[in-house]
Design a protein around this ligand. Structure first.
Ligand SMILES: NC(=O)C1=CN([C@@H]2O[C@H](COP(=O)(O)OP(=O)(O)OC[C@H]3O[C@@H](n4cnc5c(N)ncnc54)[C@H](O)[C@@H]3O)[C@@H](O)[C@H]2O)C=CC1
Ligand SMILES: O=C(O)C(=O)Cc1ccc(O)cc1
Length: 367
Protein backbone atom coordinates (compact mmCIF):
# COMPACT_ATOMS: atom_id res chain seq x y z
CA UNK A 1 0.00 0.00 0.00
CA UNK A 2 1.51 3.28 -1.12
CA UNK A 3 1.04 6.32 1.11
CA UNK A 4 1.56 9.42 -0.97
CA UNK A 5 -0.38 11.98 1.07
CA UNK A 6 -1.05 11.71 4.80
CA UNK A 7 -3.18 14.12 6.82
CA UNK A 8 -2.12 14.63 10.44
CA UNK A 9 -4.84 16.04 12.69
CA UNK A 10 -3.33 17.14 16.02
CA UNK A 11 0.18 18.48 15.49
CA UNK A 12 1.42 17.91 19.03
CA UNK A 13 4.26 15.64 20.15
CA UNK A 14 3.00 12.46 18.47
CA UNK A 15 1.35 13.94 15.38
CA UNK A 16 4.37 16.08 14.52
CA UNK A 17 6.82 13.23 15.23
CA UNK A 18 4.90 10.98 12.81
CA UNK A 19 4.76 13.82 10.27
CA UNK A 20 8.53 14.37 10.48
CA UNK A 21 9.20 10.64 10.04
CA UNK A 22 6.88 10.53 7.01
CA UNK A 23 8.44 13.65 5.45
CA UNK A 24 11.84 12.00 5.76
CA UNK A 25 10.53 9.08 3.69
CA UNK A 26 9.23 11.47 1.01
CA UNK A 27 5.53 11.35 1.95
CA UNK A 28 3.50 14.53 1.45
CA UNK A 29 2.05 15.57 4.82
CA UNK A 30 -0.90 17.89 5.46
CA UNK A 31 -1.15 19.37 8.96
CA UNK A 32 -4.21 20.38 11.00
CA UNK A 33 -4.83 21.30 14.63
CA UNK A 34 -7.47 23.33 16.37
CA UNK A 35 -4.55 25.42 17.67
CA UNK A 36 -3.16 27.34 14.66
CA UNK A 37 0.07 28.04 16.56
CA UNK A 38 0.73 24.29 16.79
CA UNK A 39 0.22 23.90 13.03
CA UNK A 40 2.54 26.82 12.24
CA UNK A 41 5.30 25.50 14.50
CA UNK A 42 4.99 21.99 13.04
CA UNK A 43 5.21 23.46 9.54
CA UNK A 44 8.26 25.54 10.46
CA UNK A 45 9.92 22.40 11.82
CA UNK A 46 9.55 20.84 8.37
CA UNK A 47 6.67 18.49 9.26
CA UNK A 48 4.56 19.36 6.19
CA UNK A 49 2.16 21.94 4.84
CA UNK A 50 -1.02 23.41 6.32
CA UNK A 51 -4.17 21.54 5.37
CA UNK A 52 -6.74 23.59 3.45
CA UNK A 53 -9.79 21.63 4.60
CA UNK A 54 -12.67 22.87 2.49
CA UNK A 55 -13.19 23.54 -1.18
CA UNK A 56 -14.47 27.11 -1.51
CA UNK A 57 -15.01 27.47 2.24
CA UNK A 58 -18.61 26.23 2.35
CA UNK A 59 -18.37 22.99 0.38
CA UNK A 60 -19.19 19.77 2.20
CA UNK A 61 -16.12 17.95 0.88
CA UNK A 62 -12.43 18.17 1.66
CA UNK A 63 -10.45 19.96 -1.02
CA UNK A 64 -8.32 16.85 -1.51
CA UNK A 65 -8.50 13.32 -0.21
CA UNK A 66 -5.44 12.03 1.68
CA UNK A 67 -4.51 8.34 1.51
CA UNK A 68 -4.50 8.15 5.30
CA UNK A 69 -5.49 10.48 8.15
CA UNK A 70 -3.72 10.15 11.50
CA UNK A 71 -5.84 11.47 14.36
CA UNK A 72 -3.31 12.49 17.02
CA UNK A 73 -5.51 14.29 19.55
CA UNK A 74 -6.32 13.39 23.19
CA UNK A 75 -8.31 10.13 23.51
CA UNK A 76 -11.66 11.77 24.31
CA UNK A 77 -11.67 13.67 20.98
CA UNK A 78 -10.68 10.81 18.66
CA UNK A 79 -14.17 9.56 17.74
CA UNK A 80 -15.72 13.00 17.14
CA UNK A 81 -12.70 14.00 15.05
CA UNK A 82 -13.03 10.77 13.02
CA UNK A 83 -16.72 11.45 12.41
CA UNK A 84 -16.01 15.00 11.27
CA UNK A 85 -13.17 13.94 8.94
CA UNK A 86 -15.25 11.14 7.43
CA UNK A 87 -18.15 13.54 6.92
CA UNK A 88 -16.02 15.64 4.57
CA UNK A 89 -14.27 12.56 3.08
CA UNK A 90 -10.87 13.88 4.16
CA UNK A 91 -9.03 10.59 3.64
CA UNK A 92 -9.42 7.11 2.22
CA UNK A 93 -8.35 5.45 5.49
CA UNK A 94 -8.06 6.58 9.09
CA UNK A 95 -6.12 5.71 12.22
CA UNK A 96 -5.52 7.33 15.58
CA UNK A 97 -2.62 7.14 18.04
CA UNK A 98 -4.45 7.42 21.35
CA UNK A 99 -3.02 5.61 24.38
CA UNK A 100 -6.33 3.79 24.96
CA UNK A 101 -8.17 1.81 22.32
CA UNK A 102 -11.48 0.20 23.40
CA UNK A 103 -13.27 3.41 24.32
CA UNK A 104 -12.50 5.47 21.17
CA UNK A 105 -13.51 2.50 18.97
CA UNK A 106 -16.73 2.00 20.94
CA UNK A 107 -17.53 5.71 20.74
CA UNK A 108 -16.78 5.76 16.98
CA UNK A 109 -19.27 2.89 16.50
CA UNK A 110 -21.86 4.75 18.60
CA UNK A 111 -21.45 7.90 16.53
CA UNK A 112 -21.93 5.93 13.31
CA UNK A 113 -18.41 6.32 11.92
CA UNK A 114 -17.38 4.12 8.98
CA UNK A 115 -15.44 1.39 10.81
CA UNK A 116 -14.34 -0.28 7.56
CA UNK A 117 -11.99 2.63 6.82
CA UNK A 118 -10.67 2.95 10.39
CA UNK A 119 -7.98 0.91 12.12
CA UNK A 120 -7.10 2.22 15.58
CA UNK A 121 -3.43 2.21 16.56
CA UNK A 122 -1.02 3.29 19.31
CA UNK A 123 2.74 3.86 19.15
CA UNK A 124 4.39 2.78 22.41
CA UNK A 125 6.82 5.64 22.27
CA UNK A 126 6.59 9.10 23.64
CA UNK A 127 8.06 11.66 25.92
CA UNK A 128 7.16 13.57 29.06
CA UNK A 129 6.91 16.76 26.98
CA UNK A 130 3.99 17.90 24.82
CA UNK A 131 3.57 19.97 21.68
CA UNK A 132 5.27 20.12 18.28
CA UNK A 133 8.46 21.58 19.79
CA UNK A 134 9.11 18.27 21.58
CA UNK A 135 8.63 16.17 18.40
CA UNK A 136 11.41 13.89 17.13
CA UNK A 137 11.55 12.31 13.72
CA UNK A 138 13.17 9.17 15.23
CA UNK A 139 10.71 8.86 18.15
CA UNK A 140 9.22 5.60 16.88
CA UNK A 141 12.39 3.89 15.63
CA UNK A 142 12.49 0.27 16.84
CA UNK A 143 9.48 0.82 19.13
CA UNK A 144 6.32 -1.29 19.28
CA UNK A 145 3.26 0.23 17.56
CA UNK A 146 -0.01 -1.55 18.36
CA UNK A 147 -2.82 -1.79 15.82
CA UNK A 148 -6.31 -3.01 16.71
CA UNK A 149 -8.36 -3.78 13.59
CA UNK A 150 -12.02 -4.50 14.29
CA UNK A 151 -13.99 -7.19 12.42
CA UNK A 152 -15.45 -4.46 10.20
CA UNK A 153 -12.03 -3.17 9.12
CA UNK A 154 -11.17 -3.28 5.42
CA UNK A 155 -7.88 -5.21 4.86
CA UNK A 156 -6.67 -2.24 2.80
CA UNK A 157 -7.18 0.07 5.79
CA UNK A 158 -5.04 -2.29 7.85
CA UNK A 159 -2.40 -2.34 5.10
CA UNK A 160 -2.32 1.48 5.13
CA UNK A 161 -1.70 1.56 8.88
CA UNK A 162 0.96 -1.15 8.59
CA UNK A 163 2.69 0.99 5.96
CA UNK A 164 2.55 4.03 8.27
CA UNK A 165 4.16 2.00 11.06
CA UNK A 166 6.85 0.76 8.69
CA UNK A 167 7.59 4.26 7.38
CA UNK A 168 8.00 5.46 10.97
CA UNK A 169 10.51 2.64 11.62
CA UNK A 170 8.36 1.02 14.33
CA UNK A 171 7.39 -2.64 14.89
CA UNK A 172 3.72 -3.47 14.31
CA UNK A 173 1.97 -5.52 16.99
CA UNK A 174 -1.61 -6.63 16.21
CA UNK A 175 -3.76 -7.02 19.29
CA UNK A 176 -7.44 -6.67 20.21
CA UNK A 177 -8.46 -3.35 21.75
CA UNK A 178 -9.37 -5.01 25.07
CA UNK A 179 -6.09 -6.91 25.30
CA UNK A 180 -4.23 -3.74 24.37
CA UNK A 181 -5.86 -1.74 27.16
CA UNK A 182 -5.12 -4.44 29.75
CA UNK A 183 -1.53 -4.66 28.55
CA UNK A 184 -0.81 -0.94 28.60
CA UNK A 185 -2.36 -0.70 32.08
CA UNK A 186 0.59 -2.85 33.24
CA UNK A 187 3.40 -1.43 31.11
CA UNK A 188 2.46 2.25 30.81
CA UNK A 189 -0.56 3.59 32.67
CA UNK A 190 -0.07 2.14 36.18
CA UNK A 191 3.70 2.89 36.03
CA UNK A 192 2.77 6.48 35.22
CA UNK A 193 0.59 6.82 38.33
CA UNK A 194 3.28 5.11 40.44
CA UNK A 195 5.85 7.60 39.10
CA UNK A 196 3.52 10.48 39.97
CA UNK A 197 3.04 9.12 43.50
CA UNK A 198 6.82 8.89 44.04
CA UNK A 199 7.39 12.34 42.49
CA UNK A 200 4.61 13.83 44.65
CA UNK A 201 6.74 12.96 47.72
CA UNK A 202 9.37 15.35 46.34
CA UNK A 203 6.98 18.31 46.20
CA UNK A 204 7.70 19.19 49.82
CA UNK A 205 11.04 17.41 50.25
CA UNK A 206 13.80 19.47 51.81
CA UNK A 207 16.49 21.18 49.73
CA UNK A 208 19.01 18.86 51.37
CA UNK A 209 17.10 15.82 50.10
CA UNK A 210 16.76 17.26 46.59
CA UNK A 211 20.46 18.14 46.55
CA UNK A 212 21.21 14.46 47.11
CA UNK A 213 19.01 13.29 44.22
CA UNK A 214 20.82 10.85 41.95
CA UNK A 215 19.95 9.09 38.73
CA UNK A 216 17.63 6.54 40.38
CA UNK A 217 14.97 9.01 41.41
CA UNK A 218 15.26 10.75 38.04
CA UNK A 219 14.70 7.41 36.25
CA UNK A 220 11.71 6.49 38.41
CA UNK A 221 9.99 9.90 38.12
CA UNK A 222 10.80 11.10 34.56
CA UNK A 223 7.34 10.41 33.17
CA UNK A 224 5.71 12.17 36.14
CA UNK A 225 6.65 15.43 34.39
CA UNK A 226 4.00 14.81 31.67
CA UNK A 227 0.90 16.91 30.99
CA UNK A 228 -1.70 16.13 33.74
CA UNK A 229 -4.62 17.03 31.44
CA UNK A 230 -3.58 14.51 28.79
CA UNK A 231 -2.95 11.84 31.43
CA UNK A 232 -6.30 12.37 33.13
CA UNK A 233 -7.86 11.61 29.74
CA UNK A 234 -5.70 8.49 29.28
CA UNK A 235 -6.37 7.11 32.77
CA UNK A 236 -10.10 7.86 32.58
CA UNK A 237 -10.27 5.98 29.29
CA UNK A 238 -8.71 2.86 30.85
CA UNK A 239 -9.93 3.22 34.42
CA UNK A 240 -10.74 -0.38 35.49
CA UNK A 241 -7.60 -2.13 34.13
CA UNK A 242 -5.37 0.60 35.62
CA UNK A 243 -7.18 0.45 38.99
CA UNK A 244 -6.62 -3.32 39.08
CA UNK A 245 -2.85 -3.01 38.58
CA UNK A 246 -2.60 -0.13 41.05
CA UNK A 247 -4.41 -2.17 43.71
CA UNK A 248 -1.78 -4.91 43.33
CA UNK A 249 1.06 -2.36 43.49
CA UNK A 250 -0.55 -0.72 46.54
CA UNK A 251 -0.73 -4.14 48.28
CA UNK A 252 2.97 -4.73 47.66
CA UNK A 253 3.82 -1.26 48.97
CA UNK A 254 1.65 -1.68 52.06
CA UNK A 255 3.26 -5.08 52.78
CA UNK A 256 6.75 -3.59 52.36
CA UNK A 257 5.90 -0.73 54.74
CA UNK A 258 4.54 -3.15 57.40
CA UNK A 259 7.61 -5.36 57.05
CA UNK A 260 9.90 -2.35 57.51
CA UNK A 261 7.91 -1.27 60.60
CA UNK A 262 8.31 -4.77 62.02
CA UNK A 263 12.03 -4.71 61.22
CA UNK A 264 12.42 -1.33 62.94
CA UNK A 265 10.79 -2.87 66.01
CA UNK A 266 13.34 -5.68 66.03
CA UNK A 267 11.56 -8.46 64.09
CA UNK A 268 14.46 -9.78 61.98
CA UNK A 269 12.24 -12.25 60.08
CA UNK A 270 10.59 -9.31 58.31
CA UNK A 271 13.60 -9.11 55.98
CA UNK A 272 12.18 -12.16 54.12
CA UNK A 273 9.16 -10.24 52.93
CA UNK A 274 11.28 -7.35 51.70
CA UNK A 275 13.76 -9.65 49.96
CA UNK A 276 10.90 -11.43 48.19
CA UNK A 277 9.54 -8.15 46.81
CA UNK A 278 13.00 -6.99 45.70
CA UNK A 279 13.60 -10.34 43.99
CA UNK A 280 10.23 -10.27 42.23
CA UNK A 281 11.21 -6.79 41.07
CA UNK A 282 14.43 -8.11 39.53
CA UNK A 283 12.48 -10.85 37.72
CA UNK A 284 9.96 -8.34 36.36
CA UNK A 285 12.63 -5.86 35.33
CA UNK A 286 14.63 -8.53 33.50
CA UNK A 287 11.57 -9.45 31.44
CA UNK A 288 11.37 -6.02 29.76
CA UNK A 289 12.49 -6.57 26.15
CA UNK A 290 15.60 -4.75 24.92
CA UNK A 291 15.66 -2.23 22.08
CA UNK A 292 14.05 -3.23 18.74
CA UNK A 293 11.66 -5.45 20.73
CA UNK A 294 14.19 -8.28 20.97
CA UNK A 295 14.91 -10.32 24.07
CA UNK A 296 15.78 -8.43 27.24
CA UNK A 297 19.21 -6.91 26.79
CA UNK A 298 22.13 -8.46 28.60
CA UNK A 299 24.79 -5.86 27.92
CA UNK A 300 27.67 -5.41 30.30
CA UNK A 301 28.11 -1.98 31.86
CA UNK A 302 31.59 -0.43 31.88
CA UNK A 303 31.75 2.56 34.22
CA UNK A 304 34.35 5.23 33.55
CA UNK A 305 35.17 8.30 35.64
CA UNK A 306 35.13 11.40 33.44
CA UNK A 307 36.16 14.97 34.19
CA UNK A 308 33.78 17.86 33.70
CA UNK A 309 35.66 19.40 30.78
CA UNK A 310 35.02 19.68 27.03
CA UNK A 311 35.97 16.75 24.82
CA UNK A 312 36.02 14.03 27.51
CA UNK A 313 33.19 12.00 25.97
CA UNK A 314 34.64 12.36 22.48
CA UNK A 315 37.98 10.97 23.75
CA UNK A 316 36.19 8.13 25.49
CA UNK A 317 34.29 7.15 22.34
CA UNK A 318 37.53 7.37 20.39
CA UNK A 319 38.99 4.60 22.58
CA UNK A 320 35.87 2.47 21.92
CA UNK A 321 36.38 3.07 18.21
CA UNK A 322 40.09 2.16 18.39
CA UNK A 323 39.35 -1.18 20.05
CA UNK A 324 36.36 -1.84 17.78
CA UNK A 325 33.76 -1.95 20.57
CA UNK A 326 30.19 -0.96 19.69
CA UNK A 327 28.58 1.21 22.37
CA UNK A 328 24.94 0.06 22.66
CA UNK A 329 23.93 2.72 25.15
CA UNK A 330 25.49 5.42 27.28
CA UNK A 331 24.33 6.97 30.53
CA UNK A 332 25.87 9.90 32.36
CA UNK A 333 25.72 10.25 36.10
CA UNK A 334 26.74 13.68 37.22
CA UNK A 335 26.55 15.00 40.77
CA UNK A 336 25.78 18.74 40.76
CA UNK A 337 28.75 20.85 41.86
CA UNK A 338 31.31 18.04 41.53
CA UNK A 339 34.06 18.21 38.89
CA UNK A 340 33.73 14.49 38.08
CA UNK A 341 31.01 12.25 36.73
CA UNK A 342 30.55 8.64 35.65
CA UNK A 343 29.89 7.54 32.10
CA UNK A 344 28.30 4.10 31.97
CA UNK A 345 28.85 2.39 28.61
CA UNK A 346 26.66 -0.60 27.72
CA UNK A 347 28.59 -3.04 25.53
CA UNK A 348 28.40 -6.71 24.51
CA UNK A 349 29.57 -8.80 27.51
CA UNK A 350 32.44 -10.29 25.43
CA UNK A 351 33.81 -6.81 24.74
CA UNK A 352 33.71 -5.46 28.30
CA UNK A 353 37.07 -6.94 29.42
CA UNK A 354 39.03 -5.67 26.41
CA UNK A 355 37.46 -2.23 26.66
CA UNK A 356 38.21 -1.97 30.40
CA UNK A 357 41.82 -2.95 29.78
CA UNK A 358 42.25 -0.52 26.87
CA UNK A 359 40.77 2.32 28.90
CA UNK A 360 42.99 1.63 31.91
CA UNK A 361 46.08 1.45 29.66
CA UNK A 362 45.24 4.91 28.35
CA UNK A 363 44.93 6.33 31.87
CA UNK A 364 41.15 6.28 32.32
CA UNK A 365 39.83 5.44 35.75
CA UNK A 366 37.58 2.37 35.48
CA UNK A 367 36.49 1.49 39.04
N1 LIG B 1 2.57 11.82 25.02
C1 LIG B 1 2.99 10.62 24.71
O1 LIG B 1 4.08 10.24 25.09
C2 LIG B 1 2.10 9.74 23.88
C3 LIG B 1 0.81 10.11 23.54
N2 LIG B 1 0.03 9.29 22.78
C4 LIG B 1 -1.32 9.69 22.39
O2 LIG B 1 -1.17 10.63 21.33
C5 LIG B 1 -2.24 11.58 21.35
C6 LIG B 1 -1.65 12.97 21.29
O3 LIG B 1 -0.82 13.16 22.42
P1 LIG B 1 0.40 14.17 22.40
O4 LIG B 1 0.89 14.36 21.02
O5 LIG B 1 1.34 13.73 23.46
O6 LIG B 1 -0.33 15.49 22.90
P2 LIG B 1 0.00 17.02 22.58
O7 LIG B 1 -0.66 17.78 23.67
O8 LIG B 1 1.44 17.21 22.34
O9 LIG B 1 -0.77 17.25 21.22
C7 LIG B 1 -2.16 17.12 21.08
C8 LIG B 1 -2.61 18.12 20.04
O10 LIG B 1 -3.97 17.88 19.73
C9 LIG B 1 -4.60 19.11 19.54
N3 LIG B 1 -6.04 18.90 19.68
C10 LIG B 1 -6.73 18.62 20.78
N4 LIG B 1 -8.01 18.41 20.47
C11 LIG B 1 -8.10 18.57 19.14
C12 LIG B 1 -9.16 18.46 18.23
N5 LIG B 1 -10.39 18.14 18.63
N6 LIG B 1 -8.89 18.68 16.91
C13 LIG B 1 -7.66 18.98 16.50
N7 LIG B 1 -6.60 19.09 17.33
C14 LIG B 1 -6.85 18.88 18.63
C15 LIG B 1 -3.99 20.03 20.55
O11 LIG B 1 -4.15 21.40 20.17
C16 LIG B 1 -2.53 19.57 20.50
O12 LIG B 1 -1.80 20.32 19.55
C17 LIG B 1 -3.05 11.28 22.60
O13 LIG B 1 -4.21 10.56 22.23
C18 LIG B 1 -2.13 10.42 23.45
O14 LIG B 1 -2.87 9.52 24.23
C19 LIG B 1 0.50 8.10 22.27
C20 LIG B 1 1.78 7.70 22.56
C21 LIG B 1 2.66 8.48 23.41
O1 LIG C 1 8.03 8.87 27.96
C1 LIG C 1 8.02 7.65 27.81
O2 LIG C 1 9.03 6.96 27.93
C2 LIG C 1 6.77 6.95 27.43
O3 LIG C 1 6.72 5.74 27.44
C3 LIG C 1 5.66 7.82 27.04
C4 LIG C 1 4.39 7.22 26.58
C5 LIG C 1 3.26 7.84 27.01
C6 LIG C 1 2.02 7.42 26.60
C7 LIG C 1 1.92 6.36 25.74
O4 LIG C 1 0.71 5.98 25.32
C8 LIG C 1 3.04 5.71 25.27
C9 LIG C 1 4.29 6.15 25.70
Amino acid sequence: MDLRTVLVVGTGLIGTSAALALRKRGVRVLLADRDQGAVRLARELGAGEEWQPMKGGQAAQASERADLAIIAVPPAYVASELLELQRIDAARFYTDVASVKAEPIHRAAQLGCDLAAYVASHPLAGREKSGPGAAREDLFLGRPWALCPTEEADPEAKAAVLRLIELCGANAVEVSATDHDRAVAVVSHAPHVAASAVAARLADATDVALGLAGQGVRDVTRIAGSDPGLWLGILSGNASPVAEVLEAVANDLADAASALRALAEGDGTATNEITQLLKRGVVGHDRIPGKHGGPASSYAAVQVVIGDSPGQLARLFQVCDEVGVNVEDVRLEHAPGLPLGIAELSVEPDAAGALTEALRERGWQVP
